[in-house]
Design a protein around this ligand. Structure first.
Ligand SMILES: NC(=O)c1ccc[n+]([C@@H]2O[C@H](COP(=O)([O-])OP(=O)(O)OC[C@H]3O[C@@H](n4cnc5c(N)ncnc54)[C@H](OP(=O)(O)O)[C@@H]3O)[C@@H](O)[C@H]2O)c1
Length: 243
């Protein structure tokens, strides 16, 4: 996931980044790859295809970011004054941005970057001051995605205006993908379908939007390509159209 990716101009709105959901699902749409055969090849092919998408940032949910963020200790806070709930932008000159939706500020970032990509936390205003002081000390940028709940359109607008992100990879897991799908915030899907029948009932899937019937958006097939290791790379535009 965190391989360096070049910034590039992208189509899409001037107000928010163009969003490509780039994922490796099994043939039954499940996404927890631990224990799958061919794992190293799968990861390499995932990175190769991701790099070709020309994004200048990627975004994941709090759970998916945990192994990349690390496990730093969050010190006690000594200052008494309240830290204002205003966005904190530590860098705007990074080659790429690694963004996590972390509404409660649970991630324990060890560094301000992941393989050279600047770390950005998306929070709600209910996070404690201690978390904000910790993020500032670590040099991790943060922005507020809502008071009590994250609003996906607001987050995308801020990523565009505060960091200049034009083309964003949405890279899981199922919960964040589901909330972007429900918000109508995905422009394109880039799926590297693994030759695996997973069968794990109750494990995360490509889109976990809500209980019961989901948004069920129509897609338009853009391309399908056989890749190494029996992987199938399929790209779709979200929405139905002539083709
Ligand atoms: N195969 C692949 O391509 C691929 C790619 C990425 C991840 N994965 C796998 O996916 C699994 C994790 O998926 P997951 O669905 O359990 O978790 P996830 O989407 O990574 O993270 C979910 C968490 O992120 C926060 N969050 C994300 N979107 C939010 C929103 N719109 N509003 C509020 N909070 C939001 C919440 O954090 P709080 O709980 O703190 O409120 C939520 O519980 C992992 O096993 C990972 O390895 C697979």
């Amino acid at each position: 996931m965190p391989a360096a990716r070049s910034a590039s101009r992208a189509p899409g709105s001037a107000r928010r980044p163009y969003v490509i959901c780039h994922m490796v699902p099994s043939v039954d749409g499940r996404i927890v790859v631990d224990g799958w055969p061919l794992r190293p090849r799968l990861v390499a092919e995932y990175e190769r295809t991701a790099a070709s998408l020309g994004a200048d940032g990627w975004i994941v949910g709090r759970i998916s970011m945990e192994p990349y963020a690390g496990n730093a200790a969050v010190p006690r806070r000594t200052g008494r004054s309240r830290i204002p709930r205003t966005d904190f932008v530590a860098r705007t000159d990074a080659p790429s941005y690694a963004v996590a939706i972390d509404p409660g500020g649970k991630l324990r970032w060890e560094s301000d970057s992941i393989d050279g990509e600047h770390a950005v936390a998306v929070l709600t205003e209910r996070v404690p001051d201690r978390t904000l002081a910790f993020l500032r000390a670590q040099g991790v940028s943060y922005l507020f995605g809502g008071k009590d709940r994250i609003g996906v359109p607001l987050v995308l607008r801020k990523l565009r205006t505060l960091f200049g992100i034009r083309r964003l990879l949405l890279e899981g897991g199922g919960k964040i993908n589901g909330s972007f799908l429900a918000a109508g915030a995905i422009d394109e899907l880039s799926l590297l379908v693994a030759p695996v029948a997973d069968g794990g009932v109750g494990t995360p899937t490509l889109f976990d939007a809500r209980e019961g019937p989901g948004p069920a958006l129509g897609l338009t097939l853009l391309s399908a390509e056989r890749r190494r290791g029996g992987l199938l790379w399929v790209r779709y535009r979200v929405g139905r159209g002539r083709r």
